[in-house]
Design a protein around this ligand. Structure first.
Ligand code: FES
Length: 109
């Protein structure tokens, strides 16, 4: 099983390294790694927006575009959403995302 390593930057500048199996969501991998700041209150069913991340611009275009349900939930994030905002429960890890970088919003810390 392929393991994918991604990096999450905290608002205080600390970069966290998260490894997760391919096919798992970034949200699940982050929670398994004990990352604070991704509450994921709904467990990944697109009804909380507490798994918001800001994907680094150079990585954003490599992700499949958000589905309409994700776009709707991005309107509900605590931090203002930005052009590269995504819900980490909808980012499925795969080899093509090896080294992905995203930032955790201030409001989630
Ligand atoms: S975990 Fe609730 S929307 Fe992602």
């Amino acid at each position: 099983m392929t393991e994918v390593t991604v990096f999450l930057d905290r608002p205080d500048g600390v970069r966290l390294t998260v490894a997760g199996r391919a096919g798992r969501s970034l949200m699940r991998a982050a929670q398994a790694a004990g990352v604070e700041g991704i509450a994921a209150d709904c467990g990944g069913v697109l009804s909380c927006a507490t798994c918001h991340v800001l994907v680094a611009p150079e990585w954003a275009a490599r992700l499949p575009p958000p589905e309409p349900d994700e776009l709707a939930m991005l309107e509900m994030t605590a931090a203002p959403h930005e052009a590269t905002s995504r819900l980490s429960c909808q980012i499925v890890l795969g080899a093509e995302l090896q080294g992905l970088v995203a930032r955790l919003p201030d409001t989630q810390y």
